[in-house]
Design a protein around this ligand. Structure first.
Ligand code: HEC
Length: 132
């Protein structure tokens, strides 16, 4: 390999390493697994998926996919606080934040199923999802 080609190869290798390191900090597989477990135990995954999806009959989950939630609230001040309250107390059926983009139903209060601390952890994880 010529010196030039080797240095180009090395360069793209380090760019790859940086890209992987960046992805790891945004989406740590261990954190993802722990948070998905918490979401399942708390009943969230009955209505939410992380990525948009459809089952074989073309049905989509009742709630908005969490990747879309992350994109919608990216950079929004107080999103963490607001969303934790919505998760605990439920959403307003008269003021859907996902009109036309999810089932159009309201989210019931989840405070019976999840502590405020865990709701904070889940919302923090949702808002940290990579949306670029
Ligand atoms: C029974 C179904 C159901 C369950 C269970 C449920 N959700 Fe939801 N969720 C919804 C629906 C429907 C919406 C859309 C509400 C709207 O249109 O404003 C929603 C919206 C959200 C939003 C966005 C709120 C907003 O104002 O934009 C977040 C964040 C969220 N859910 C997180 C959770 C978490 C965390 C849990 C588990 C503790 C959970 N959800 C459990 C149905 C559900």
């Amino acid at each position: 390999m010529s010196t030039l080609r080797r240095s180009v190869a090395l360069h793209s290798l380090s760019a790859l390493a940086i890209a992987i390191a960046g992805a790891a900090s945004a989406a740590d597989p261990e954190v993802d697994a722990a948070m998905l477990g918490l979401a399942a135990r708390s009943g969230c995954t009955a209505c939410h998926s992380v990525e948009p999806k459809q089952d074989a009959d073309g049905r989509t989950p009742v709630g908005p996919p969490w990747r879309d939630v992350a994109a919608r609230y990216y950079g929004v001040k107080d999103a963490q606080k607001q969303l934790v309250q919505t998760v605990l107390k439920g959403s307003s059926p008269y003021d859907s934040h996902w009109k036309g983009r999810a089932a159009g139903l309201a989210m019931p209060p989840n405070a019976v199923a999840i502590s405020e601390r865990d709701a904070n952890r889940l919302v923090g994880w949702i808002l940290s999802m990579d949306v670029r």
